[in-house]
Design a protein around this ligand. Structure first.
Ligand code: UD2
Ligand code: MN
Length: 579
């Protein structure tokens, strides 16, 4: 998201003007379906300085803007109130030396109080919202591997200091086999002062996915709240999340993720109306809601935002519902892909993911993972994503592979491990198709199933290809004839049904074969951006300089050396969806 410097003066929680109930309590204009539990009609809170007695209606109260750091002991401390902290240039070397411990300014972080105050960045109306008195309690789960001491502590303190105690069942720290000594006895000792904090230590490195599962397995709260171990939860962050789950247990709310600068540790806010999305090949990103959508649904900046995919690190989920969904695929290793998995699963199997603007948590975004991957990082992430694609994407998985991960196919799908259980789970839950997800949850995503389709016109012969009785011939072009319709797919196949174009061996011949994603010889380069051979079909398996060519009489097909101006090597599809 584009980042805006926080207004450092906005620290007060005492927003005085009367406000109507919004966001967490009014019926949500952009929700897909009705929420089962809004039995109480909520009204605007009466104005009161004392939050604890604020809600006058029985059963509800004004959101608790609890913040014990409000008047900090050390107002002049470095980084206090979330302000940018500076280090003297004489300390630069030290900063650099310590940077790699966490891939952020570790040296500076140590100087900042572990319980510093940060600006209350919520939209103003948030402090006036009503929430139910009987919200479910939550277990907050932090998993970490070799996290920096100061940020781990600050994360824990931000939860302890800014969560209503009766809603915070416990904080579970899952140590994913860290190597640093300070995270052992010293951490045990430090945390022993806080009865709500429990530490679990894994006996080997499991990765964040299985570490979270280990935390969830022992959690006692009704709701699980997952957080990264380098965050700062803001004022009033928890109740708005729990309120959504109270209204509908299949809602999975995420706070707005604000940015704690990796360089100066300042707390920065992000643009409004941002939601999580993905691009191919399943790369997470942020994108603003389209303006028309905001207008059409009359949305204000504090309304929940439907979110096609979550960033992954910060969310609350009803514990029973988490397990009904099969939790995470435990076959996902170390880092990556689990956010796609749980997002598709939630949406396709009847739930919803929302970003709740009245709940805000700062996170240090790092340029690199500060820990080692047991195996190659890229391969680990790709393998995780391929597992997700195989289980959840249906026919759209070609778009995933087609955008860069062919080598996974070449090695055959078995390399990504057994998926039987995940596929069974999807059947058992009777989940919707990925097509349904695209149409209903992420309709502004353009996801054509093929790169090009229609007739294939040869510029030299000036006729179109037709498939007749397992043979290709040229015919006068005729859109009404199915035999002349072909696809150019994301796997770079030229195909009709399950028949694919192929070179014959590595020679000059041409043949038709049964399509098979794992066969490299079936792939043809076509319309590769602005090349001289843009209209050619290059048989990349034979050589990157060998092209499909029609005989001058239009009676043969062969593979010959590519020639930019040879019209008999130029093939045009009727429609191109993507290049
Ligand atoms: C984002 C998510 C993160 C996770 C990840 C994809 C946010 C803010 N963060 O990356 O939660 O969804 O995308 O997988 O949305 N960790 C372990 N064991 C490991 C590796 C990591 O315990 O083997 C811990 C790590 O210490 C941290 C958490 O998992 O607390 C997330 O890791 P990260 O901060 O490196 O992930 P991030 O923010 O780059
Ligand atoms: Mn993180």
């Amino acid at each position: 998201p584009s980042i805006i410097e926080a207004d450092k003066n906005v620290v007060s929680n005492n927003k005085t003007e009367e406000k109507h109930v919004s966001a967490t309590t009014k019926s949500d204009p952009n929700a897909a379906k009705e929420t089962p539990k809004p039995a109480i009609k909520l009204q605007a809170a009466e104005h009161s300085k004392d939050n604890s007695t604020a809600g006058r209606k029985p059963g509800v109260h004004k959101v608790i803007s609890l913040d014990v750091t409000d008047t900090p002991r050390d107002a002049n401390a470095v980084g206090q109130f979330g302000q940018a902290a500076l280090v003297a240039s004489s300390e630069d070397a030290e900063v650099r030396k310590r940077w790699d411990e966490g891939h952020f300014n570790v040296y500076l972080s140590e100087k900042i109080p572990v319980d510093r105050a940060i600006p209350d960045t919520r939209p103003e109306m948030c402090a006036q919202n009503l929430v139910h008195d009987d919200l479910p309690s939550t277990s907050v789960i932090f998993c970490f591997v070799d996290e920096v001491w100061s940020t781990l502590l600050r994360s824990v303190h931000s939860v302890l200091n800014r969560s209503p105690p009766h809603l915070l069942k416990e904080i579970i720290l899952v140590d994913d086999f860290s190597t640093k000594d300070i995270l052992k006895e010293p951490l045990d000792k430090y945390m022993s002062k806080f009865p709500k904090v429990r530490i679990i230590r894994l006996k080997e490195r499991e990765g964040l996915i299985r570490a979270r599962l280990a935390g969830a397995a022992v959690a006692k709260g009704e709701v699980l709240t997952f957080l990264d171990s380098h965050v700062e939860c803001n004022v009033g962050w928890l109740e708005p999340l729990l309120e959504r789950i109270y209204q509908d247990r299949k809602k999975v709310p995420c706070p707005v993720i604000e940015v704690i600068s990796d360089k100066d540790m300042s707390y920065m806010l992000v643009d409004n109306f941002q939601r999580g999305i993905f691009k191919w090949p399943l790369v997470f990103g942020w994108s603003a809601l389209p303006d028309e959508y905001i207008k059409k649904h009359n949305m204000t900046i504090s309304d929940p935002i439907r979110c096609p995919v979550m960033a992954g690190g910060l969310f609350s989920i009803d514990k029973k519902y988490f397990y009904e969904l099969g939790a995470y695929d435990p076959g996902l290793d170390v880092w990556g892909g689990e956010n796609m998995e749980i997002s598709f699963k939630i949406w396709m199997c009847g739930g919803e993911i929302e970003i709740i603007p009245c709940s805000r948590v700062g996170h240090i975004f790092r340029g690199q993972n500060p820990y080692k991957f047991p195996k190659d990082r890229q391969k680990t992430v790709e393998r995780n994503l391929a597992r997700v694609a195989e289980v959840w994407l249906d026919e759209y998985k070609d778009l995933f592979y087609g955008h860069g991960y062919h080598h996974l196919l070449d090695k055959k799908v078995t390399d990504i491990g057994n998926l039987t259980e995940q596929i069974e789970l999807r059947k058992r839950l009777k989940c919707n198709s990925f097509k349904w997800y695209l149409e209903n949850v992420y309709p502004d995503m353009n996801a054509p199933l093929v790169k090009a389709e229609g007739l294939i016109f040869n510029r030299g012969v000036r006729k179109c290809l037709a498939l007749q009785k397992d043979r290709l011939l040229f015919e006068t072009c005729d859109l009404s004839k199915q035999s002349q319709h072909f696809n150019y797919t994301w796997m770079r196949h030229v195909r009709q049904q399950d028949i694919c174009f192929a070179p014959q061996g590595k020679g000059n011949g041409f043949a038709l074969q049964l399509c098979d994603n794992t066969k490299a010889e079936l792939r043809w380069f076509h319309k590769s951006s602005n090349s001289a051979l843009a209209e050619h079909l290059i048989a990349e398996y034979v050589s990157h300089h060998m092209c499909l060519e029609a005989g001058a009489q239009g009676d043969t097909l062969r593979i010959g050396p590519c020639e930019p101006s040879n019209a008999f090597q130029k093939w045009q599809f009727t429609h191109y969806h993507a290049q």
